[in-house]
Design a protein around this ligand. Structure first.
Ligand code: PMP
Length: 594
């Protein structure tokens, strides 16, 4: 075996020679050498539970995807200017998921030890062969800081992962929930959608940013002269020159240049604080703002569940109201499903389906290739025709390449075969219920558990909003970051997000099962019970004040000013928050921090 990589040298060269404004997670970054299912292994073989990587959708090191890509690379990899049967086949299969709603039908768990994914599957997952005899069937308690050792069986969600863990690596994938094959797609209930045409045309590209940039081009072609765009507060739509201006997450964040005049920011619904819940009112406001600025709204981009916006589940009917009002003015509506798509939301295969709408354009990325660079845009026939009407060819060297299609087809095949949407639903419900129980646990010290302000989500797309206390609901980004670091020390990987960076994000590979969910909750419980002591809380409180004065407060004022300019100032909650700003400013002035 080759020597493990030198951590210090790797970090030093990375810091010196790689782009200085790229980020590394955690104060002491992690070096991983291998992944399997929902686990990552560092250079010393220590395993970490990955609760956040929604790109490795099926799991890390997924053997079926790796085998499909590898076989394709060994056989043929060309661009889409030549015919290859897998591209149209994949196109049809992917478009089918968009136009027919797949209800999640949780299936009874199968007994451990059976591998339903192999039966009747011509591809076969190969997991049984790779694991048989390699792993003992013992397991240990999951509450002690190691999540158990020894696999008990193969499961459809985990068997695609890399060969079994080495004896040094003690964590193993879960086999706790196994869903039966997918139910037949059912049509959406009639009248449950917006007025969209079916999504019949696909373009394959290489990244979520490319997909959203292409959406802008389609909008430009179909609505010439309507150059204004509306986006959601807190949104991120990509890193390109065309998309930073559509991303309040960036243009109002550190280093951002502010909101361009042609972009209109819809105040982010905040169901936890009861603010900005009316999609119709928001749509009318951005239409009016565009007109007041002398422009016309061409398009509206929104994630169907807001990810960078803080794992916000939109209120029921929100997008329906928004779409109806915007479409009455001809605005093209885009659902960015880059984070929340492909079954993660559990209740539906696509996030927009949970809102009962059908967008004009859907952009997708991240999970689509399980890490292989692949992304897509789906649209209607009339919009595709408008985009093609000037005669210019659309060509993308790697988008739709033979190997990229092989990756996408393998991922979609596994997702549908193993009904991972239902799995996300089952495990997500279990995890949400456990987190809510934790937040209400009388056995935990009151001041510690008070920081768990809100638990929300759909399927395995969950957010835990961290607050200073539940009465004021003040954002607590420093505490959120501290929790993230403490959980890392317990080998649980999470991230924080939201405009104020105080929402703990949970969006694991779908190889994540109930046992992993229980391990995550148990580790969080232990941090709250034993590490978030009164002394630590006091230190965090002081740091929160300073941080809010420098970062959160000014940003909140920007969002408030924007809402006020749109005529959408929030009601009593905003007033309370203003009082709170004043109180915080006074408190900071008192300790000389301003
Ligand atoms: N849209 C959303 C919602 C995203 O989260 C991201 C990536 N974080 C993108 C678009 C851009 O995707 P990519 O990084 O693949 O360009």
């Amino acid at each position: 075996a080759s020597a493990p990589p030198d951590y210090d040298a790797t970090l030093a060269v990375r810091r010196r020679h790689y782009g200085p404004n790229t980020s590394l997670s955690y104060e002491r970054p992690l070096l991983f050498v291998r992944g399997a299912g929902p686990y990552l292994y560092d250079e010393a073989g220590v395993s970490y539970l990955d609760c956040v990587n929604n790109v490795s959708h099926l799991g890390h090191g997924h053997s079926e995807v790796a085998a499909a890509v590898s076989a394709q690379l060994h056989t043929l990899n060309t661009n889409s200017r030549y015919l290859h049967p897998q591209l149209p086949a994949y196109t049809r299969q992917l478009l089918d998921t968009l136009n027919s709603q797949r209800p999640a039908q949780p299936q009874p768990s199968q007994s451990p030890g059976s591998c339903s994914s192999n039966s009747g599957s011509s591809s076969g997952c190969g997991c049984c062969a790779s694991r048989t005899g390699a792993i003992s069937s013992s397991s240990s308690s999951s509450g002690s800081g190691s999540f158990g050792s020894g696999a008990t069986s193969c499961s459809p969600r985990t068997c695609g992962s890399a060969p079994a863990a080495s004896p040094a690596a003690s964590l193993t994938p879960s086999s706790s929930t196994i869903a039966a094959p997918a139910p037949a797609p059912a049509p959406a209930p009639s009248g449950a959608r917006g007025a969209g045409d079916p999504l019949e045309v696909l373009y394959l590209v290489c990244s979520g940013s490319e997909a959203n940039d292409l959406a802008l081009r389609v909008i430009g072609a179909a609505r010439p002269g309507a150059a204004h765009i509306a986006v959601m507060g807190g949104a991120y739509h990509g890193h390109l020159t065309s998309l930073i201006p559509l991303s309040p997450y960036k243009f109002w964040g550190r280093g951002g240049g502010g909101k361009p005049p042609h972009v209109h920011v819809v105040p982010c619904p905040d169901p936890y604080r009861g603010e900005h819940l009316d999609g119709r009112a928001a749509a009318r406001a951005v239409l009016a703002a565009a007109a007041a600025a002398g422009g016309r709204l061409g398009g509206f981009f929104a994630e169907s569940v807001l990810s960078c916006g803080g794992q916000v589940v939109l209120p029921p009917g929100y997008l329906q109201g928004m779409y109806e009002v915007l479409r009455s003015e001809g605005v093209i509506v885009v659902a960015d499903e880059v984070q929340c798509g492909f079954g993660r939301c559990g209740a539906a295969f696509w996030g927009f389906q949970t809102q009962g709408v059908l967008p004009d354009i859907v952009t997708m990325g991240k999970p689509i290739g399980n890490g292989y660079p692949l992304a897509a845009l789906a649209t209607t026939r009339p919009l595709a025709a408008a985009f093609a009407s000037n005669g210019m060819e659309y060509f993308n060297t790697y988008g739709g390449s033979t190997a990229a299609v092989a990756a996408g087809a393998a991922v979609l095949g596994v997702l549908l075969r193993d009904n991972l949407q239902a799995h996300a639903q089952q495990v997500g419900q279990h995890l949400m219920a456990s987190l809510k129980r934790l937040a209400a646990d009388p056995a935990l010290p009151g001041p510690a558990v008070e920081v768990l302000g809100d638990v929300r989500g759909l399927g395995l797309f969950i957010g835990v909003e961290i607050v200073r206390d539940r009465t004021s609901k003040r954002h607590a980004p420093v505490t959120a970051k501290w929790l993230k670091e403490r959980l890392k020390a317990r080998r649980v990987l999470l991230s924080t997000d939201g405009p104020y960076d105080n929402v703990i994000k949970i969006k694991p590979p779908l190889a994540f099962g109930q046992r992993e969910a229980d391990a995550l909750v148990e580790q969080l419980r232990q941090v709250l019970a034993t590490e978030l002591t009164p002394g630590v809380r006091a230190a965090l409180e002081a740091a929160e004040e300073a941080h809010w004065g420098a970062v959160g407060g000014p940003l909140m004022r920007r969002y408030r000013d924007n809402a006020a300019q749109l005529g959408l100032a929030a009601g009593p909650a905003a007033a309370a928050a203003t009082v709170r700003d004043a109180a915080a400013a006074a408190a900071m002035a008192a300790v000389g921090q301003q």
